[in-house]
Design a protein around this ligand. Structure first.
Ligand SMILES: Nc1ncnc2c1ncn2[C@@H]1O[C@H](COP(=O)(O)OP(=O)(O)OP(=O)(O)O)[C@@H](O)[C@H]1O
Ligand SMILES: O=P(O)(O)OC[C@H]1O[C@](O)(CO)[C@@H](O)[C@@H]1O
Ligand SMILES: [Mg+2]
Length: 360
């Protein structure tokens, strides 16, 4: 066994199911196998920014009952780029040096950063600049982190969206309605295409495939002609309006909240063919849940592998799921690309093969 280490762990970006499972796995591997100390950093990089830095000592008993818990026991944030951090007086300030100070003040030998595309990009920049030894673990319901086939939280989100479709199916059929389900996913349509296929949707609209309202209305009418009295539509939050607009509310500091495309489509469909239409916006129910068995598994495998990378002094790498195993890749490689849905990939071809309308 190598020398004793003190490692930090933080969760960053939007929360998702499985974060506590990965905190548990990291703590278990580090404490029980290597006899290291684990500090859980509070509220992502914001905990390192404080003086003194905000962290809690993670012991086996502290993580014993958290495997099935949603959210993150450490807290997280998806706001406030540390290189342009919003200050109370309305100005933006570079707080990156404070974060490196926090890391060194805590006496950390390495840091495990659990985050999505945004967090991993920022953590890497911080690590390079501040002399921090970083290992990344991908998590995000959006599944938009490149190179890894799986990210913690995605499977649970797909389960929730699929269950919503299963429920909407019956009420739609009872009322002869068009039901629109608006799901999250940022600029990628992974949740929509996966849940749409699994939940038997008739129309799936994703940002990667431009659609026309005409095609959507044609599909609804075609179903009616075939004797189907209802239609299930899944739309991803970043899908554009007919005039090319992404619907969002601007809440300041460059932060934009996506939402509204479901309502927009409902109005347009009603105006165009008079179909009675209702909208369900799933929102944060996709994030706040008991993790699925698959997410618990991925989280556990990633947690153990991340600690082993540190034991082998392999830094600046992210654990990934590839071809049924966990391997690691340079973080630099994963943040170079955005992992959108492949418009010619298996899921899109599957949807087309099932007669699902993708709007094009
Ligand atoms: N390109 C970037 N460079 C540096 N920082 C970024 C960048 N993009 C986003 N950030 C910062 O990273 C943090 C999280 O970003 P984002 O909302 O994309 O979450 P994420 O880590 O991708 O997780 P998720 O998408 O699942 O919420 C925010 O604090 C944001 O300011
Ligand atoms: O929690 P917030 O700030 O509303 O963020 C919502 C966004 O975060 C995600 O849930 C994860 O990135 C996106 O799918 C969604 O657009
Ligand atoms: Mg992201």
């Amino acid at each position: 066994m190598g020398e004793t280490k003190r490692i930090g762990i933080l969760t960053s970006g939007g929360d998702c199911a499985g974060l506590n499972a990965v905190i548990r796995a990291v703590t278990h591997r580090a404490v029980a196998t290597y006899n290291w100390e684990v500090l859980g950093i509070c509220r992502a990089t914001q905990g390192l920014m404080q003086n003194p830095p905000q962290a809690i000592n993670l012991t086996l008993d502290k993580v014993d009952r958290i495997l099935t818990m949603g959210g993150t026991m450490l807290g997280t944030t998806n706001k406030g780029d540390p290189f342009a951090f919003p200050m109370p007086d309305g100005t933006l300030c570079d707080r990156s040096a404070d974060i490196a100070d926090g890391y060194h003040q805590l006496g950390l030998d390495a840091l495990i950063g659990i985050g999505g595309d945004g967090s991993l990009a920022i953590l890497r920049k911080l690590a390079q600049q501040g002399g921090m030894k970083l290992v990344g673990i991908p998590k995000t319901i959006d599944n938009d982190v490149a190179i890894t086939e799986r990210s913690i939280g995605f499977d649970t989100a797909v389960n929730i969206a699929t269950e919503a479709l299963d429920r909407l199916h019956f009420t739609a059929a009872s009322h002869d309605r068009v039901m629109i389900l608006e799901v999250m996913g940022r600029d990628a349509g992974h949740i929509a295409i996966s849940a749409g296929i699994a939940g038997g949707a008739d129309v799936i609209l994703i940002p990667e495939i431009p659609y026309t309202l005409n095609n959507v209305c044609h599909k609804i009418k075609q179903l009616q002609e075939q004797g189907r009295n209802f239609c299930l539509i899944v739309v991803s939050e970043a899908v554009r309006t007919a005039s090319g607009e992404v619907l969002q509310s601007n809440v300041g500091f460059g932060e934009c909240r996506l939402g509204g495309i479901g309502q927009y489509l409902a109005q347009e469909i009603c105006n165009s063919i008079g179909a009675e239409t209702r909208v369900t916006v799933l929102g944060h129910t996709q994030r706040g849940a008991t993790p699925s068995p698959l997410d618990r598994l991925i989280a556990s495998a990633f947690g153990v592998a991340a600690v082993d990378l540190i034991a082998n002094e392999q830094y600046d790498r992210m654990v990934t799921w590839q071809y049924r195993q966990v391997v690691s890749v340079p973080i630099e490689e994963t943040i170079k690309h955005y992992q959108a849905v492949n418009p010619n990939g298996t899921l899109v071809r599957t949807a087309r093969g099932l007669g699902i309308c993708l709007g094009d």
